[in-house]
Design a protein around this ligand. Structure first.
Ligand SMILES: NC(=O)C1=CN([C@@H]2O[C@H](COP(=O)(O)OP(=O)(O)OC[C@H]3O[C@@H](n4cnc5c(N)ncnc54)[C@H](O)[C@@H]3O)[C@@H](O)[C@H]2O)[C@@H](O)CC1
Ligand SMILES: [K+]
Length: 509
């Protein structure tokens, strides 16, 4: 299953290119789409009394007409509800002409819980809020208790943003075509889709080269080849040295959690840089991770240069304020023009709430290309709002777009966390993570994620790929543990997750 995500406009372009290039013309693609829907219904709901097909005015409705015809041919009791007529000359009009079933109005739509509903009202062509006469039909469908199969997208869901335009179908199954759309993966869209299956309807993959999508599902296929596996010549400093900055004596756990996570992610050496007052408490809890007393940004920079530090993480438990901003700015200067990865999380983000431009200017100097320094910001929604209040409040802007614009503005890779974490790079690439588990919503989980990303950066993995891989590894570890997960469990789960990745090298998932 391809990893590119297409906006509805890009999907329309894919349809158009496919139709001009062949082998399938518009009606044939529609036939393939509608028959995939009918096939799923026949195999999943063989006991259904009646299948109600809700057909809209565009080609999504056309897919519905094809499915209705095929289901009726298979002996199913099918009722097609539609208002208005498809556009003359459209593929949907052709599909309607072939269907030869009576058209019922929306008023006659009265589904029983034992029926099945096919939602073919709107797909990629949804352009405005749902109103009459479709809103009441969607309400009735959702309230009926009958399973709903959505064609392409649950009607009312924006394929571009994952947001609802007024009201939306809550589907049990969504059958979509060629490539997923961001709306299938971003919340609330992901919930509204139910199970989503992707069907090949004969659109040739080479149309993607013309479309040039820069949005992806974050699965191993996207970043696996960049994972830095050690070879026989690797010594510990060749595998990178991560510095993790500790907070004061009562806030040291976050840094240690991040440090051990960086080590588990493969960094050859990890040092906790601790203020004097916290050295003792850190020393009591560290074994393979090293410890260095560091009270000033100058000491940090000197140590980093002396000991060939290749990445640093600052923020978790560090404390909000001017001291934090000074450390961050010094580390950003260090990273400018050399291969050094800087991960800013939690307090390192919040400390710039009153002057985000100071941070962005410093990060702009780093540059984000492979082989040079790079920065990764890992905000949750609250921290994101502190740096990018206008983006956080922009109505109708998708999480994908917010992350993308934030990356462009900050000159960093932005990891906007949540159940649908988005990873975005300043060059326009973006990925949506898909393997999260709700068990990851636990204290310290973010520290582990930041540590994993710092560990991967230290080994020279490019920032976008390291961030995306870090999010995936973190989620995969959480999913393997399941109920009862606490953040301390996560680092110990990484070896098995990494081994699974290495062993499946070459296959896709
Ligand atoms: N031959 C083709 O072009 C193919 C099309 N496909 C299907 O076609 C769909 C896209 O078709 P369309 O581009 O015609 O788009 P849709 O069928 O999603 O809807 C477009 C129509 O809905 C109207 N509309 C949009 N928002 C509305 C609202 N809120 N209230 C009332 N009316 C509204 C538009 O004016 C237009 O008439 C895909 O989602 C897919 O299901 C697939 O069958 C593949 C082949
Ligand atoms: K639909």
């Amino acid at each position: 299953m391809g990893i590119e995500l297409l906006s509805p406009a890009q999907m329309a372009e894919a349809d158009r290119l496919a139709i001009t290039r062949g082998p399938f013309d518009g009606p044939a693609l529609m036939q393939n789409a509608g028959s995939a829907v009918a096939r799923e219904i026949l195999s999943r709901y063989p006991q259904a009394q009646t299948v109600h097909v809700l057909a809209g005015p565009g080609n999504n409705g056309g897919d519905g007409f094809v499915a209705a015809r095929l289901l009726a041919e298979a002996g199913v009791d099918v009722r097609v509800h539609c208002e208005g007529h498809p556009r003359p000359g459209s593929d949907a009009e052709g599909a309607l002409a072939e269907m030869r079933l009576p058209l019922l109005g929306f008023d006659a739509f009265a589904p029983q819980a034992s029926d099945v509903i096919v939602d073919a009202l709107f797909g990629a062509g949804l352009v405005r809020e749902i109103g009459a006469p479709h809103a009441p039909v969607i309400e009735r469908a959702n309230a009926s208790g009958a399973p709903i199969v959505a064609v392409d997208l649950p009607s009312g869901l924006s394929g571009e943003t994952g947001l609802v335009l007024g009201i939306a179908i809550r589907a049990d199954l969504t059958v979509t075509f060629f490539r997923l759309k961001p709306g299938h993966l971003l919340y609330p869209g992901r919930d509204l889709c139910g199970e989503t299956i992707l069907v090949d309807i004969g659109i040739p993959a080479d149309v993607l080269a013309d479309i040039g999508s820069r949005t992806f599902r974050s699965v191993p296929e996207l970043w696996r080849t960049h994972i830095p596996w050690p070879d026989s010549g690797s010594h510990k400093y060749a595998r990178g040295h991560v510095g993790v900055f500790s907070g004061g004596p009562s806030a040291t756990g976050a840094a240690r959690l991040a440090a051990i996570s960086a080590a588990r992610a493969g960094a050859g050496a990890v040092t906790v840089l601790s203020p004097r007052q916290a050295v003792q408490v850190n020393a009591m809890h560290l074994t393979s991770v090293m410890l260095k007393r560091t009270d000033t940004p100058e000491e940090a920079v000197m140590f980093a240069a002396d000991r060939k530090m290749t990445s640093a993480l600052i923020g978790p438990g560090f404390g909000v304020g001017e001291r934090c901003t000074e450390f961050v700015l010094a580390l950003a200067r260090l990273a400018a023009g050399r291969p050094f990865g800087l991960v800013l999380d939690a307090d390192a983000i919040t400390s710039f709430e009153n002057a985000p431009h100071r941070l962005f200017e410093a990060l702009a100097a780093i540059g984000s290309e492979t082989g040079r320094g790079c920065a990764v910001l890992t905000p949750h929604e609250g921290e994101f709002r502190r740096l990018f209040p206008d983006l956080a409040d922009a109505a109708g802007l998708s999480k994908l777009e917010r992350a993308r614009r934030a990356a462009e503005r900050s000159h960093a890779v932005v990891v906007l966390k949540g159940p649908d974490t988005v990873i975005a790079a300043a060059d326009g690439r973006a990925a949506i993570n898909t393997n999260a588990t709700p068990f990851l919503a636990t204290a310290g989980s973010g520290d582990v994620l930041a540590g994993i990303v710092a560990g991967l950066l230290a080994q020279g993995m490019p920032a976008f790929e390291a961030a995306a891989a870090g999010v995936w590894l973190h989620a995969e570890a959480g999913a393997r543990f399941g109920p009862g997960l606490i953040a301390e469990d996560l680092p110990g789960l990484l070896p098995a997750v990494l081994a699974g990745l290495r062993d499946s090298q070459g296959s896709s998932s």
